[in-house]
Design a protein around this ligand. Sequence first.
Ligand SMILES: [Zn+2]
Length: 195
Amino acid sequence: MEIKRKTILNDEEYLRQISQPVDLNNESYKEEIKLLEQFCLETECFALAAVQIGIPKRMVYLKNTTLDVPLEDKGYNESKVLINPIVTSRKGHTRYWEACLSCLDNMGLVSRPYEMTVEYYDENGNEHNETFEGFEATVLSHELDHLDGILHMDIAEEVLNMPKEQRKAYREEHPYEVISKTCDYDSNFTKKLRK
Ligand SMILES: [Zn+2]
């Protein structure tokens, strides 16, 4: 079965909805996780929010949250699912030229926290309280925004439009940047949405 992605070309309004909490008592979410996994395995991506493939529920799939493994290495899979995630604290400041499966060729320079503590459930319904840091926190922060209908372009300080190969080269020249590991993220870098 081919899984179709939602993009800003035809589905901007869809992508801007607030995803609904997952009912952990209804096992159907496990089938939906299989779809997230299948899509991620077939696609060059760091991670995916369920709404991006037409499942508007609060689920995120992390596939590759390290800059050490190239995205072209499709076999690499961290296979981590966060259900009903809630951020309880964040700090620090990083910047990265982000791209998004839903935002076509738009690449945006986005500030994210260096460190983020998140409460969530895994695919077996077990509760976790975990601290993510570095690039993993950047990837997760991008996906968590999707659950609230926020796209990276909304909060980017600059947006460039360029095809994939060009993006790759641009990122090599402008890599992931840690500005502070400890500063107060929420008072400094929670940007106002453009719209
Ligand atoms: Zn995205």
